[in-house]
Design a binder for this molecule. Sequence first.
Ligand code: FAD
Ligand code: DHB
Length: 401
Amino acid sequence: MIHRTQVGIVGAGPAGLLLGHLLHLNGIDSVIVEDRSREHVIDRVRAGVLEQGTVDLMTAMGVGRGVQHSGLRHEGLYISFLGQRHRINLAELTGGKAITVYGQNEVVRDLIEARAETGRPLLFEAEHVSVGGFDSSSPEIRFRHGGVDHALQCDFIAGCDGFHGICRPSIPSGSLTVHERQYPFAWLGILAEAAPSSDELVYTYHERGFALFSMRSPSMTRLYFQVPPDESIETWSDDAIWSEMLERMTTRDGWRPTVGRIIQKAVTPMRSFVATPMRHGRLFLAGDSAHIVPPTGAKGLNLAASDVLVLARALKEYFTDGRTEWLDRYPEVCARRVWKAQRFSWWMTSTLHRFPDENAFDYHRQIADLDYLTGSRAAMTSLAEQYVGLPAEVSFESAGL
Ligand code: FAD
Ligand code: DHB
């Protein structure tokens, strides 16, 4: 079956769903094609920290009810080392900005509901998805859905299909440059039925390795710690996980996470990755399909949101009056923000983790870095303005909001 749309979107993660809704608000047609089931997409436990700008964007788009109602606004965070927690006052250092803890599951669920209300197509469980014809005026997405083969002819394709998707690999080799760094560790993350024992996140540097205290709700704690890169989750019993969490996180004043039943656990690899340019002909990459940051800076989902804001502006200008200036500028405008987020995430990661090949010099340098960070208003301001999110280059108004 042959169909036509203005923008074909591959992937119903945060990037694809936010883009679909931004286009809808501008009266632009789209079809979202997703290869997993609706339940799988909603249930995946992933990010939790939304920058101020991401919350503002969702609110301006009319999809902010959930985040306003159930999101946990944090005006500060803690950096913990040598057994002591040090608070960084994000709001005071950034003129009142904050981050909001709201699970990616909820973001995605809210956006899927909003999509359903628009009546525009969102196809789950599409099989054999492929893309091509980027250099023609009508690139195509091909897939099988409900036992029928489909060809979707588009004016543009948005590759929002994450790191393991098919859009980036469909660009001819030689047209993309890949910049990559692997880290010699991974994160073991758990979700536990336990009331958070701190109102704010705690990033811990410990001689046994990094640990992070976060949460999802007033009754749900989310915790992570650094493990070797190829660690199998099977080797960690729940008791062993709690024992390691408590060892790394307990501070000299007796603060520690509350222990509870573990309801989800997984190991996540860490990498920094950027593919440039984020455009090939009429294919535009957005979100994790173009870049991955290590999770320490909590930037991945937020970068997906800022990419699609720029893309929405570019597509709006094209479909309103045929202007291509912002389509042409898309790769360069996105790359500037992506590289700043890459630098910040790499720095947070390097400062807070233990590296297998480090020596005593490196250890003392890291402690000095943390001591400086938590003792200098200038250093705290630098962390705060990046953590809550640097200003966007594109205004909401210019993207039709
Ligand atoms: P994805 O969410 O990966 O969505 C891509 C979609 O495309 C998926 O639904 C996928 O099923 C679909 N797809 C893939 N292949 C195909 C295909 N062939 N055809 C059709 N559809 C396809 N970020 C933060 O900002 N803050 C955090 O605190 C944070 N913590 C994290 C913690 C963990 C444990 C992990 C794993 C990630 C974390 N991130 C965080 C990163 C964040 O989750 C990602 O950056 C975000 O999901 C990117 O959104 P996306 O839409 O680009 O990609
Ligand atoms: C969470 C994840 C992160 O990567 C981070 O830096 C902070 C919080 C979380 O899942 O809550």
